[in-house]
Write a protein that binds this ligand. Structure first.
Ligand code: AMP
Ligand code: GLY
Length: 416
């Protein structure tokens, strides 16, 4: 099988490692990729949000399967253009990707499908926003209606800050605050059959103890030792299957990775968000534990044959990934700093590049590398991940020291 992987971040490096390890993959191309991915794949330049360009590259590289990592190409219709060439594509159509691309569309689908989620209003002016904020009370949750790379959401006790964020965004979704630990559940689907991956937890805030602004994610671990044993079944029954059925009913079946972001509240699991692609950095932890060959799995989803796929197999133990971010992230990440220690197994490249003048590895994005390790239990995986982090040097870099710490200490509890 010849595979074209679209994207360039840590998630794509983790996907590339999984794809390259699958014996059915004879050739892997990544576009544009990054230096870490370049060690295991042929790199090609492409504008990832240009459907004709990506479809053209898929034809040129004789791809049997295209895997689209990030959301922006999906929302732009890249999967549609690839499928129009008769090439199997892991990733939803533009119409189905609206489940991530528009928060208000996601709410509409959930309402129609009876999926538990926060009560919400879509607001387009300050008066509507103020009324919605006052109905729900603090903490206030205000979400940009469009794509914002994980940074469009403000959760605050400060009413003026909530109003200011709404004004800056234009069209927003204001919703009820959901209290309880968060879970990221990834589901591989061909639109009908759906296979859940191990549940993971992400750390969205930049600072230790979950303080500071939201980021794309500062670290993750899987599985969740504290999760109720029926969690995955319950989410499949109450959330995933009704949502996939509603998308089929609208003639926009969802093929690819449905990312269900949940809060486990006292009233049960409720959807915080849907994404139309693998989460970053949760993928780095989840795929580190997947034993089932990845290309075969994604190809089965892309070709509507997931019902015949064998059950997923997982390594025992746990995985932890810790993001090393650039100075200034998330507000204004500094780039161009030299990175050392990033050539060891377990270091996943996110925002890295080769400096033109001398080929040195330098930072080229907010999240620079992810140190990923597995272990027989969560504590061991965590220790191994931090050992990798401690071997990296990057001037001004920041990382959280508390990834998976509360879970190791048995301090994560589900309200009831
Ligand atoms: P989203 O992009 O919708 O996932 O929001 C980013 C982050 O904001 C989530 O992972 C949560 O940590 C937080 N958040 C979003 N919606 C809510 C909510 N209704 N209640 C509490 N926290 C939320
Ligand atoms: N880690 C959160 C996301 O990928 O959206």
């Amino acid at each position: 099988m010849r595979v074209l992987l679209v994207g360039s971040g840590g998630r794509e490096h983790a996907l590339a490692l999984g794809l390259a390890a699958d014996p059915v993959v004879e050739h892997l191309v990544a576009a544009p990729g990054n230096p870490g991915i370049g060690a295991i794949a042929e790199l090609r330049e492409v504008v990832t949000t240009d459907p004709a360009a990506v479809a053209g590259l898929a034809v040129e590289t004789a791809a049997d399967l295209v895997v689209i990592g990030p959301e922006a190409p999906l929302v732009a219709g890249v999967a549609d253009a690839v499928r129009a060439k008769g090439i199997a594509c892991f990733g939803p159509s533009a119409a189905a990707a609206r489940i991530e691309g528009s928060k208000s569309f996601a709410k509409e689908v959930m309402a129609a499908a009876g999926v538990p989620t926060a009560r919400a209003y879509t607001c387009t002016d300050a008066d509507q926003t103020a009324r919605a904020l006052d109905e729900f009370g603090p903490p206030y949750v205000v979400k940009d209606d469009g794509l914002a790379a994980g940074k469009g959401v403000v959760v605050t006790e400060d009413r003026a800050a909530a109003l200011a964020h709404a004004a800056a965004c234009g069209r927003v979704v204001v919703e009820e605050y959901l209290s309880g630990p968060e879970v990221s559940l990834f589901v591989v689907t061909d639109g009908q059959t759906a296979l859940p991956l191990l549940p993971a937890q992400d750390f969205k805030r930049v600072g230790e103890g979950d303080v500071g602004p939201n980021t794309g994610g500062m670290g993750a671990y899987a599985p969740l030792p504290w999760a109720p044993p029926n969690l995955v079944d319950e989410v499949m029954t109450r959330v995933v299957h009704p949502t996939l059925a509603e998308l089929r009913r609208r003639d926009t079946p969802f093929v690819g990775l449905l990312y269900v972001g949940l809060a486990l509240t006292a009233a049960g699991p409720k959807v915080v968000e849907f994404n139309a692609r693998f989460g970053d950095p949760e993928t780095q932890a989840v795929l580190a534990l997947l034993e089932t060959p990845l290309a075969g799995l994604l190809h089965a989803a892309a070709t509507g044959t997931l019902a015949g796929h064998p059950p997923l197999r997982w390594r025992p133990g746990a995985a932890v990934t810790v993001v090393v971010a650039a100075a200034g992230y998330p507000a204004a990440a500094r780039t161009g700093d030299v990175i050392t220690g990033a050539d060891r197994p377990g270091i996943i490249h996110a925002g890295t590049a080769r400096r033109a003048s001398d080929g040195a590895l330098v930072s080229a994005g907010g999240r620079v590398v992810c140190a990923t390790a597995v272990g027989p239990d969560l504590a061991a995986a965590r220790d191994a991940a931090y050992e990798l982090v401690d071997g990296i040097t990057l001037d001004g870099s920041q990382h959280r020291r508390d990834i998976a710490l509360a879970a190791v200490r048995g301090q994560v509890t589900v309200p009831n």
